[in-house]
Design a protein around this ligand. Structure first.
Ligand code: SAM
Length: 251
C-alpha cells in the first residue's frame, strides 16, 4: 500500500537528483528522438505536458541553435518548475504550475504540437488527459507521447549507457537489493558524484516501479488508448533502451 502514495511531494524530492539522468546516454538519446519528431517551424507553440526540470528545452537549445517558437511547460511540482525556470530563462520558454489530472486551462485548438514524456503513467486517468490533449491541439497538430512500457527494467537503461553487449540477465531487477543497485551503477558509471546522484534516482525509480496505480502499458495498449481519443498514429517505436514506447500521433 505505501507504494501507492507517490504524490506531488515525492516528485518534489525526485527533483533534487532528477537531472543526473542527463548524464545517461539513453536519456540523451530519448530527448534527441523527441526533438527529431518535432516540427521546429517558426512561430510554433508547443506544450510540454509535465516538463519536469525543463530538460527538453535545454536539449533543444544545445542542438538547434536558431529557432523561433514558444514552449509552454506545465508541471504540478514547484521544485521541478523552479529548476526548469532557472535553466531556461529565455523569453520563448514559459513555465506554469498545473495539475494535469484537472482540465488543462487552454482554449480548444491552441497548440501546434504537444509533447509529453514519461508522465502519462503517473496520471489518474490516461484517457482523459489524451482527450484534453486532443481538444487543445490544432487540427493537423502532432502529439509526441512517451511512456515506460509494462515490465520495463531500469537496469537495461544502465546496460545501454555503458554499451554492454552481453546478456541482459545480470542487469535485470536492479532494485532487488541496495548492493545490486550499487554494483550495477559502479559498472555503468565511473564518475563518483554522478553515481551517487543516480543512487538517489534509483530510490525514486524503485518506488515508481512498485506503484500499482501507475499505468505502464504495452505497445498495443498505448496505441489503442491513443486511437480511442481519435488520434491518428503516424509512428511508434521503442525508445529509452527499449524500455519505453514513443508514439507520434496526429489530430
Ligand atoms: C519522470 S518526470 C518526466 C519529466 C520530463 N517530461 C522529462 O522527460 O524529463 C514526470 C513529471 O511528471 C510530473 N507530474 C506527475 N504527475 C503530475 C500531475 N498530476 N500533474 C502535473 N505534473 C505531474 C512530475 O512532477 C514530474 O516532473
Amino acid at each position: 500500500m505505501k507504494y501507492d502514495n507517490f504524490d506531488v511531494n515525492s516528485w518534489g524530492g525526485y527533483a533534487k537528483c532528477y537531472d543526473a539522468l542527463n548524464d545517461l546516454k539513453p536519456y540523451q538519446n530519448l530527448q534527441m528522438t523527441v526533438i527529431s519528431n518535432l516540427f521546429l517551424s517558426s512561430g510554433n507553440l508547443i506544450l510540454d505536458a509535465a516538463c519536469g526540470t525543463g530538460n527538453l528545452p535545454c536539449w533543444l537549445k544545445k542542438n538547434k541553435k536558431n529557432f523561433d517558437l514558444t514552449i509552454a511547460g506545465l508541471d504540478f511540482s514547484d521544485e521541478m518548475l523552479e529548476l526548469a525556470k532557472e535553466k531556461n530563462q529565455e523569453k520563448y520558454f514559459i513555465f506554469a504550475k498545473h495539475n494535469l489530472n484537472k482540465d488543462i486551462p487552454f482554449a480548444d485548438e491552441y497548440f501546434d504540437q504537444i509533447v509529453s514524456v514519461n508522465t502519462l503513467y503517473a496520471l489518474s486517468d490516461p484517457a482523459r488527459i489524451l482527450s484534453e490533449f486532443y481538444r487543445i491541439l490544432k487540427r493537423g497538430g502532432r502529439l509526441i507521447l512517451v511512456n515506460p512500457k509494462r515490465g520495463y527494467e531500469n537496469g537495461l537503461i544502465l546496460k545501454e549507457h555503458c554499451s554492454d553487449i552481453g546478456p541482459d540477465e545480470p542487469w535485470l531487477n536492479v532494485h532487488s537489493s541496495k548492493e545490486k543497485e550499487f554494483e550495477l551503477l559502479k559498472r555503468a558509471v565511473n564518475d563518483i558524484e554522478v553515481r551517487s546522484k543516480l543512487m538517489a534516482v534509483a530510490k525514486f525509480n524503485c518506488e515508481i516501479l512498485k506503484n500499482r496505480k501507475f499505468y505502464f502499458l504495452s505497445l498495443a495498449e498505448l496505441s489503442q488508448l491513443v486511437r480511442s481519443q481519435n488520434f491518428f498514429i503516424i509512428r511508434r517505436e521503442k525508445v529509452y533502451a527499449n524500455q519505453a514506447i514513443l508514439i507520434v500521433a496526429q489530430k
